[in-house]
Write a protein that binds this ligand. Structure first.
Ligand code: ADP
Ligand code: ZN
Length: 438
């Protein structure tokens, strides 16, 4: 997916020499620690009691600071970790709750400005300007996707169409009638919109639509390529999480090789998920993010539970920030099947390489009757052109492909087109039907 031209012109914090950027990060972290220590929140007083902000002089010194985990936010539910009084908080959001009770986050007016700025960089990196019509099909509400993209697209000056997710026929109609040029949604919802367009006889390729800003759930490169083909767009992947700010933590540029972390505000590290030790650049591990500049809810070394790697090689676009590779998966989504670790993204990668399959799949875990071991079934839709008579051979091929990719024998269930539930937000990829589940 390498592209020949870079569309957006990077703003100055995006092209800052790395040394200068690191100095900026260090001074921001230091002031943040001082602020947290002088707050009247007991949690911070206790956590940071032994930290001397004066000792934070280089990016490596971040590892002197303690981690923050999702449970810290949950234990202070709902507003216990806000540094500013509610009177200054102008917006509340919450995480989707994909992995349990949602965590609650608050924004001051200046936090909202910051959020719009960083995500606007991501849109600009995908060439969005005031001449674009941006259809925002991320869910609007407590989820950070909808309002996050709304403010960022407004910041760029695009004409925003806040459709939110759902009512898919209408999405397609408006996309055509309004001359939509840029689109935002989760990858799974983007696929669904493309599918409904076909059903409604709307040829997306013939519309002015050219770019899709997709995020909030894992998407393999092959899935992105499928969406590009089905929608007739270029995909610009977006990464973020509520606890840090929402979408706008990292964004792809025109070269589509990883995502630039907006590092003047969000400082990435990779740690070993078990030991918490920092890993060298290039190694895969858990992404840890520090957000020192937010007013209401700055975060020190937040354990995202997302697995990826960092790289700092210069990008041809001119941005100097560290990039994160595509997220391999969430640690919480990792399945252990008969002792073998499996991520849904590995299954996706294997399946998306096969022309006879549609990009709709689910993993079903169950308990085998004969020996009470875990069993993994992969349910995947066949393409429209596949005849029933060819199913047996296809099933064998899929099974073999999965065995090679996963080192595991999975049961393959071929599903008819359009039978696996479609999602408006984050797709549910894993169904746990084990008898002793939980
Ligand atoms: P929740 O953690 O409840 O899903 P959020 O709505 O804040 O709450 O979603 C943030 C999470 O979404 C991230 O931690 C990550 O797992 C996932 N995510 C966001 N963007 C991407 C992306 N581009 N690729 C993979 N996963 C992503
Ligand atoms: Zn770049």
């Amino acid at each position: 997916m390498t592209r020949t031209s870079e569309t957006g012109t990077p703003a100055s914090p995006e092209t800052m020499p790395r040394e200068e950027l690191e100095q900026l990060q260090v001074s921001r972290v230091r002031s943040c620690v001082e602020r947290l220590q002088s707050s009247d929140i007991g949690y911070y007083k206790e956590r940071l009691a032994n930290v001397d902000p004066g000792q934070i002089v280089s990016a490596d010194d971040l590892s002197r600071l303690p981690f923050t985990v999702k449970d810290d936010l949950r234990e202070h539910y709902p507003f216990g970790m806000f540094l500013t009084p509610l009177g200054e908080i102008v917006r509340i959001h919450a995480s989707t709750g994909s992995t349990g009770k949602p965590t609650v986050v608050g924004y001051t007016r200046s936090d909202l400005e910051l959020w719009a700025d960083v995500l606007a960089r991501g849109l600009a990196a995908g060439g969005v300007t005031r001449d674009d019509v941006f259809q925002n099909a991320y869910g609007h509400g407590l989820f950070t996707g909808g309002l996050g993209f709304h403010d960022a697209a407004s910041r760029v000056g695009a004409t925003v169409v806040p459709t939110s997710a759902g009512n898919t026929s209408q999405q397609v109609m408006l996309m055509r009638d309004f001359g939509v040029t840029a689109f935002g949604a989760t990858p799974s919802y983007a696929l669904h919109v493309a599918e409904v367009a076909v059903e409604e006889g709307v040829d997306l390729d013939s519309l002015p639509l050219r770019a899709a800003f997709l995020g909030a759930e894992p998407m393999t490169e092959k899935m992105a390529a499928r969406i590009e083909e089905k929608m007739g767009v270029e995909v610009y992947e977006q990464y973020g999480l509520s606890e840090i700010i929402g979408p706008g933590v990292a964004s792809a540029c025109g070269y589509a090789d990883g995502m630039h972390v907006w590092e003047d505000h969000f400082i990435p590290e990779i740690v070993d998920p078990d030991s918490g030790e920092r890993l060298p650049d290039g190694e895969v591990g858990e992404l840890v993010l520090t957000a020192p500049t937010k007013e209401a809810l700055p975060v020190i070394r937040y354990r995202t539970r997302d697995l990826t790697r960092l790289y700092t090689e210069p990008c041809p676009c001119g941005r100097t920030s560290t990039r994160i590779a595509r997220i391999m998966g969430r640690m919480d989504d990792m399945l252990i099947v008969r002792g073998v670790n499996v991520f849904p993204s590995q299954v996706e990668h294997a399946l998306m390489g096969m022309d006879d399959l549609e990009p709709h799949y689910q993993l079903v875990l169950s308990t085998r009757e004969e020996d009470h071991q875990d069993d993994l079934s992969v349910r995947v839709e066949t393409a429209e052109h596949v005849a029933k008579a060819d199913h047996e051979a296809l099933q064998a091929r899929v099974s073999e492909t999965l065995r090679e990719a996963l080192n595991l024998t999975a049961t393959v269930e071929l599903a008819s087109p359009r039978t696996i539930p479609r999602s408006k937000g984050k797709a549910v990829r894993v169904l746990d039907e084990r008898t002793d589940a939980g």
